[in-house]
Structures are given as structure tokens and as C-alpha cells.
Design a protein around this ligand. Structure first.
Ligand code: GN1
Ligand code: MG
Length: 372
């Protein structure tokens, strides 16, 4: 955590940004976005060409082999760029580019051995932490579908596994059990609620991994973290134009993405709300996202894929709750926190969301069924 929270002074950041500034002079570096793992900055350039880029310090306590992230990113962004050149889309769509250093490297190590990399900024775009209308929801779904579509013809084995166990719910549960054997949580109604909540869902939580093992669901490339604020919207047209945060693009299940996108998008209060008791899964937004997603993804989804969408929605909310709760119990070592109870509050939000999903199972299954 100390590494996460360490602040960089501005001069230092300008010097680091300058390693990637092939044209122009760095005029500003500011904190950017709300990521829970890496440190992200927006760099402004005094240049006749591109005016901004995104500078990031990869958290190497989470990503042990950051060079593999860069290798993956170069492989799939090149693939997508080539594909878009061959068959251009009829609407604006962009993919961030990996920017190289003055020595043509895809990253830079500073004196502390921190791992820095730069990617292009999608100009004239913005993202949102929550959404509240159907059009927005459809655009989010379209963006995820387009992303899946553009990587669907790249064989999964071309990309390395940059984060082992990512979205493998049984692995998170195993970790949770290990944490529990080492700690005695401070008793409170909230903690007891979480303990019981996880315990009640232990068996079912294997659902996607079982489907993968039996071959019901095929291994494909996925984004890994398609929460709604990773979808960029054109500020003028309000259409989705890009999906960013590409560190976890690797082999997995598209269901992890579908579930993650829906658990993040259909919670109008947002995942950081303190009003966890009022958290609710909005089925209208769910319908919007799925409509947008399927407008692109229908072409590559199978009957089995549809059969697991409901479980994926429920599971990804539950899984993130387990991840937050385990991190709270372990002393906040993975996710950045603003206060010691932050991860507990986040876990409660995800568990409440899971409960809301469970209570609307029939409605959600009908939405999926009607869209096939
Ligand atoms: C982390 O750092 P950020 O915010 O992009 C996490 C995701 C979670 C998300 C919850 C590598 O993503 O899996 O869904 O927090 N990323 C990793 O906000 O663990
Ligand atoms: Mg991320």
C-alpha cells in the first residue's frame, strides 16, 4: 500500500513524462481518473501535434511482469489498428496507442525502479462513473461488444496471462479463507453480514469456472475491467468512441466482462456510494447495455453463452464484493483506500447489489431470453 500511496513531486513527474514526449514540451502533469491500482496522470504538451497523453506508473505489487502487459498491448492494438484499416467502421472508434520513449522502448524505469509507460489520449472524450439513461447504457454495451468483436479474431494464446487468477472466483474465495484463518475480524453487524453472505454462496461461486472446465464456455480474449468509466464518450456527439484501461486484456471469458460491465453500469449510486443500503440493480439500464452489446456480439455468441449471462452478472458483483471484503480483512493491501473501512464499505455495496440481482432473477433472465 505504501507504494500505492507514495506521491511523486511535480518536477519528477515532468522529467518522467519528458521521456515519452517525442514532440513538444511538457507543460503540465496532473492526476487523472480514479483507478484503484495504478497511478495515472494526464500530461499536457506544448506541441503542434498531440496535446495530451496518459502517463501511468504500473503497480508492480499487483502486476508482477509489467513488460508482458506492454507486449500484450502492442500485439492487440496493432491487430485492431490493422483490422480497422482494412474494414473501417461507419462511426468514430479509436484504440489507444502505446507511446515509446526516446530510446524506442515501451516503458521507462526510474531511479526507484518504478515501471512507467505512456499511452495516447482519446482527444475530445470523457467518461462517467454512473449513468442514468437508456441511450447511455446502449452506448456502453455497444462499446464492449465492439471491443470484443475487434479482438475476436486474435487467437487467445497470442496474449500472455498478465494477472494469474484474475476473475477466477474460486481463487478469490481460497484467498479469502486464508485471510480468515490469519485474522479475527472486528465484530460488527456489517462484518457479520459479509461473512454470512460469502458463506451462503460458496458452492454456487464455481459456476463460470465449472462451465469453462466442461467446455460449455470457451476461452476467449477479454478486456478484464470494462467498468463503465473505462468507456470514453465523444464530448460532442455523446457516442462511445473507445474502451480504455487495457492492462488486463488477456485470455478469459467474455462473461467476466459482461458481468463486470453490468454490475458497474446498473448500479446508479455507483460503486463508491456510502449509502450501501439503498443500492439497487437497475433492470432498465441492464436491458439497455445488453441491447447495445448484442447489436454487435450476436454474431459471435452461442446458445451456451446466453445461458450463463445471468450467472455472470450475479457472480461478478459477488466476486468484487469478496475481493473488497478480503482486502479489508487483510488490512487493505491490494486496492487503494481513502480510510481503513473503505474496502468494507465497497464490499457492502457489491453484496447489496448481488442481493438485488438475485431478487430480480426472473426479470433479468426474461430480458436475456427476449433478446436472443
Ligand atoms: C480495479 O484500478 P481499477 O480501478 O482500474 C481492479 C478491477 C476492479 C476495480 C473496481 C487489476 O480496477 O478488477 O473491478 O478496481 N483491477 C485489478 O473498481 O484488480
Ligand atoms: Mg483497471
Amino acid at each position: 500500500m505504501t507504494e500505492n500511496l507514495r506521491t511523486q513531486d511535480t518536477d519528477n513527474l515532468v522529467a518522467i513524462a519528458d521521456q515519452f514526449a517525442l514532440q513538444g514540451k511538457v507543460t503540465a502533469v496532473q492526476s487523472f481518473g480514479s483507478g484503484n491500482i495504478n497511478d495515472t496522470f494526464l500530461v499536457t504538451l506544448d506541441s503542434p501535434g498531440e496535446k495530451h497523453f496518459v502517463l501511468q506508473r504500473i503497480n508492480t505489487q499487483v502486476f508482477h511482469q509489467p513488460q508482458l502487459i506492454m507486449q500484450n498491448m502492442r500485439t492487440f492494438t496493432e491487430h485492431i489498428h490493422e483490422r480497422l484499416q482494412r474494414t473501417p467502421l461507419s462511426r468514430r472508434w479509436e484504440v489507444p496507442r502505446v507511446l515509446l520513449t526516446k530510446d524506442a522502448q515501451d516503458h521507462w524505469r526510474d531511479a526507484d525502479n518504478s515501471f512507467w509507460r505512456a499511452i495516447s489520449f482519446i482527444e475530445g472524450s470523457q467518461s462517467f462513473d454512473t449513468m442514468d439513461n437508456q441511450e447511455h447504457a446502449q452506448e456502453i454495451g455497444y462499446a464492449l461488444g465492439m471491443f470484443h468483436n475487434l479482438i475476436s479474431d486474435l487467437p487467445p494464446e497470442k496474449l500472455a496471462d498478465t494477472l494469474e487468477g484474475f476473475h477466477i472466483t474460486p481463487v478469490y474465495l481460497q484467498h479469502y479463507d486464508e485471510v480468515l484463518t490469519k485474522t479475527t475480524p472486528r465484530q460488527s453487524p456489517e462484518v457479520n453480514y459479509c461473512l454470512q453472505f460469502v458463506s451462503d454462496r460458496q458452492v454456487w461461486a464455481h459456476v463460470l469456472e465449472n462451465a469453462k472446465a466442461t467446455g460449455d464456455l470457451p476461452l476467449r480474449l477479454m478486456h478484464g475491467d470494462p467498468k463503465i468509466n473505462n468507456v470514453m464518450f465523444d464530448t460532442a456527439t455523446q457516442q462511445a468512441v473507445s474502451v480504455v484501461d487495457l492492462d488486463t486484456v488477456k485470455p478469459g471469458l467474455v462473461h467476466y466482462d459482461i458481468g463486470d460491465c453490468l454490475r458497474s453500469g446498473c448500479n446508479r449510486a455507483g460503486e463508491e456510494t456510502e449509502q450501501w443500503e439503498s443500492v439497487h440493480f437497475d433492470t432498465d439500464l441492464c436491458q439497455g447495455i445488453l441491447q447495445g452489446y448484442l447489436s454487435v456480439a450476436k454474431a459471435f455468441l452461442t446458445e451456451n453463452d446466453y445461458a450463463y449471462i445471468y450467472d455472470a452478472i450475479r457472480l461478478l458483483a459477488f466476486e468484487l464484493g469478496v475481493r473488497f471484503f478480503a482486502d479489508y480483512l487483510a488490512g487493505n493491501v491490494y486496492f487503494k483506500v481513502k480510510h481503513p473501512e473503505h474496502n468494507l464499505a465497497r464490499a457492502l455495496v457489491q453484496f447489496k447489489l448481488t442481493e438485488s440481482i438475485e431478487s430480480q432473477e426472473t426479470t433479468i433472465r426474461n430480458i436475456i431470453q427476449d433478446m436472443k
